[in-house]
Design a protein around this ligand. Structure first.
Ligand SMILES: Cc1cc2nc3c(=O)[nH]c(=O)nc-3n(C[C@H](O)[C@H](O)[C@H](O)COP(=O)(O)OP(=O)(O)OC[C@H]3O[C@@H](n4cnc5c(N)ncnc54)[C@H](O)[C@@H]3O)c2cc1C
Length: 443
């Protein structure tokens, strides 16, 4: 982390993950935010692959919403009318009723990955929506079989003894049974989906990664892939807290976080900032920061936690963006609410100088928990691309990675929905490949 003219500083912050069925979706805040259309269009252009285009993924997003269920609170249910009006009058942001349609500009209610029930709503994870129904069908004999094996920690991939570049399975240990080693073999291919921190970890332990790092870890290089664990991107945010003065204690706005989102200031295309809001909380999130870090191994033990270096705020521009977001958007907005007697200043003075904002940023910056990029897809000429446009790991066969790590750049806003959309693009490609193979077999 840079502090401008001064020396870089170190900082440690939490980087949680959901080590459970449904992964991090099972422990996250359940906010449903779709990216900007241009996030997907830019990847499509870069890869020369129209499958990623925003319009081409529309049916995937509809399926996602149908299977997951999305709770959308109506404006009057939010109890946040003054907040919305203030954003409109002070910042000139419009009210955007449908922020998931690819154009995010404005102030909008948050949507949730949950199903409306009689007594409110029940959150649903990707496991609930996309795996559980097939397990139920499998057990009732209606469908193919889905076996879910829990308490297995995957250590590394297994390669064909006769072909060092062909992946044939995974080696794991059963953490519930004295770490008994178990091998699983694939009839077709292996798909790694262990997330932005753990997918590169598994690849590195299997000898797929930057040769020099693998040598340092005393791991035999199966294929030199410099991009594995590089390009770690995240949203680094600062949160501010305010004292509530004039809100009714039972307003829903106080209980759910974040309940309002602001994207701007650009009226079309990619926006520069996201601002998350709930009753006494407001957070500034620059959406495209320059800083990027790495995921590396600490040792050749698959149980050692990966060494994550987010390299946060490593450019002055990243610090300036956070200062700009606070100074030009969040503070005038909260000041407008203070003027109406709804809030009083909390952990930040609305009249703070740029220098004060700068030290506030440096002291308070934290991950907004949207890591991506460590096994990125990329075109053939990009030597840092770990995956080709079909999510296949370069240099080996029978292996794909499909999770948040595939994004070459970070999508605008919270990333769970874009990650699931990318997973559906991956699923489409797997099905297409399989159909092609079957057709060739039957010809
Ligand atoms: C605290 C928090 C709050 C968040 N809130 C939101 C939000 O409100 N809205 C939003 O859009 N996004 C949110 N996110 C981000 C979002 O949840 C994640 O980006 C998304 O779930 C990532 O999905 P993934 O499939 O890439 O990885 P994960 O969901 O992390 O899945 C990885 C899976 O692999 C398993 N695994 C890992 N290593 C191994 C191994 N060696 N062997 C076996 N299994 C392994 C894990 O147990 C896990 O099940 C939040 C994230 C966090 C941490």
């Amino acid at each position: 982390m840079m502090t401008g003219a001064e020396e870089p500083q170190s900082k440690v912050f939490d980087l949680p993950r959901g080590k459970t069925l449904g992964g991090t979706h099972s422990i996250n805040a359940a906010a449903y935010v779709q990216a900007n259309a241009d996030d997907f269009n830019d990847i499509a252009r870069e890869l020369g692959d129209s499958t990623w285009e925003w319009t081409a993924t529309a049916s995937l997003r509809s399926k996602l919403e149908n299977e997951l269920g999305i709770v959308k609170l109506a404006e009057e249910q939010l109890g946040a009318t003054e907040f919305i009006r203030t954003a409109m009058s002070v910042l000139g942001f419009p009210f955007n009723r449908e922020p998931t349609n690819g154009q995010q500009f404005g102030i909008s209610p948050s949507f949730w990955t949950a199903r409306q029930t009689e007594d409110g709503g029940k959150r649903r994870s990707s496991f609930d929506a996309f795996v559980l129904p097939f397990m139920d069908e499998a057990s009732s004999g209606d469908h193919g079989s889905v076996d879910v094996v829990t308490y297995h920690h995957v250590e590394h991939l297994i390669f064909d003894p006769d072909d060092n570049s062909k992946v044939i399975g995974v080696s794991s240990v059963n953490t519930r049974a004295n770490n008994i080693p178990t091998e699983f073999f694939a009839s077709e291919e292996v798909i790694v989906a262990a997330g932005t921190y753990n997918s590169p970890q598994i690849l590195l332990h299997s000898g797929l990664g930057p040769r020099s790092h693998l040598e340092d870890m005393h791991i035999e290089t199966k294929h030199n892939l410099p991009g594995v664990g590089a390009n770690l991107r995240d949203h680094y945010a600062v949160a501010t807290y305010w004292n509530l003065v004039g809100l009714e204690p039972d307003t829903p706005f106080l209980f759910q976080s974040p309940i309002l989102n602001m994207f701007g200031p650009e009226p079309t295309g990619l926006t520069k900032f996201q601002i998350e809001l709930s009753g006494n909380y407001g957070s500034c999130v620059p959406l495209r920061q320059e800083s990027h870090g790495t995921v590396r191994l600490q040792s050749n033990s698959p149980f050692a936690l990966p060494l994550i270096d987010p390299n946060v705020l490593s450019t002055t521009n990243d610090i300036d963006q956070l200062v700009e977001c606070l100074r030009d958007y969040l503070l005038p907005f909260f000041d407008g609410l203070i003027q109406q007697g709804l809030l009083s200043p909390g952990n930040l003075d609305p009249s703070a100088t740029d220098e004060e904002l700068r030290s506030f940023v440096i002291q308070n910056v934290a991950s907004n928990h949207h890591p991506v990029g460590t096994c990125k897809v990329g075109p053939d000429g990009d030597h840092m691309a770990v995956l080709d446009k079909d999510f296949k790991v370069r240099g080996v066969s029978n292996l794909r990675v499909i999770d948040a790590s595939v994004f070459p750049r970070i999508p605008s806003g919270n990333i769970n929905a874009p990650v699931m959309t990318a997973a559906m693009i991956g699923a489409k490609k797997i099905i297409q490949d399989r159909s092609r193979r079957l057709l060739r077999g039957s010809a």
